[in-house]
Design a binder for this molecule. Sequence first.
Ligand SMILES: Cc1cc2nc3c(=O)[nH]c(=O)nc-3n(C[C@H](O)[C@H](O)[C@H](O)COP(=O)(O)OP(=O)(O)OC[C@H]3O[C@@H](n4cnc5c(N)ncnc54)[C@H](O)[C@@H]3O)c2cc1C
Length: 390
Amino acid sequence: MRTTVAVIGGGYGGITVAKELDGVTDVVLVEPRDTFVHNVAALRGLTDPGWTDRMFLPYDRLLERGTIIRDRAVRVDETSVWLRSGERIEAGYIVLATGSSYPFPAKVDVEDSAAAKERYHAAREALARAGRVLLLGAGPVGLELAGEILAAWPDKSITLLDPGSEIVSGGYSAEFRAELRRQLDALGIRVVLGARLRQQPPSEAGEYATFTATLDSGERLTADIWFRCFGGVPDTGYLAGSLVSARRPDGRLAVTDELRLPGQSRVFALGDVTAIPEAKQASAATRHASVIAANIRALLQGDGEPAAYRPGTPGIVLPLGPDGGATYAPDWEDYVDAATQEHIRRHAKERGDGLLELGILDAELTSQLKGRHLNVEEYAQLLNADPAGA
Ligand SMILES: Cc1cc2nc3c(=O)[nH]c(=O)nc-3n(C[C@H](O)[C@H](O)[C@H](O)COP(=O)(O)OP(=O)(O)OC[C@H]3O[C@@H](n4cnc5c(N)ncnc54)[C@H](O)[C@@H]3O)c2cc1C
């Protein structure tokens, strides 16, 4: 009998590990949604109806031999996965890949893709009517959303509000933030740092309703709609048995270098659920997935040393709409092929602005690397899916 690998969650990491082990052994992927959600495109999915369709990609051609069960894991211990339906799966190996939740529109908590698209359409209609938009949070989500809104409706007035002292906190450089600030200023986006609202706005996020809010400085600010652009929470509430001890107070899971839960030889975790000290990104989740697939393959075949995961240096590709934004990537040469390296060097030389020497790729390169296509082809290819005309 072949060993069953149960992968819990079909996000970026889950689909990668499931696909890499499909054919090696019996893979069961548990996922409550009817389609993969390409979250990287979610903010454009709000503002551009073509992208609302493109960000939902079917799962049905992901695995050739393995099985996808449309259900939610409600309890997972060392060897078993209990599903919402009451079914129980016995597994030789378990990969926890349940990611994180985030306020709409960055993520959507509706499992049915038709209903999720309706939610994006309704919010887009509300946003279209609004002249003044308040975005709470000046991290990557707040900035990207501001860029997408202005790309669709250049006349809207946008305020980004954040209690922190800088935009896009994390291990990025001051020069990177300065380049983003320069572009935000050029777009006419108002950034208010070190400030909070005294009270939550009276309307629901994403609802069209004019309100006036007071900042802790006493300034009054009127807007027609607001969105919450902070507050990701890892989805790990289903752990049971000895797995519970891996769960930290913030909900993230401690993992070893081999990406196993501490003290567990057959339970692995990847992506946003992990407590690995690095930015939570799809690219990291897929790198974790490849390490886990290699380790499970080696364990199944009884040979080879376990592979260890080493976090990379901080980096981010941050579009401001399809044509703007900036990329922080001090080791950019490690991520692109030789032809692209040549293109980037030539472009930087022509510009002569010194950004590349600081590990920063400018708006045009950011647009080429991600801003225009939002990496949808990459994941459509993995899923063997048609990205709905992308
Ligand atoms: C707006 C936005 C833009 C982003 N842009 C980028 C980018 O450009 N580049 C980048 O690298 N990263 C980006 N990220 C971050 C990236 O989306 C996350 O880091 C990534 O989704 C994490 O992947 P994951 O596999 O850990 O989990 P997820 O992609 O979150 O997937 C988890 C899956 O598990 C399922 N699930 C949850 N609970 C259960 C359960 N109990 N049982 C079964 N299944 C369950 C969920 O339905 C979901 O499908 C962005 C994030 C946002 C919000």
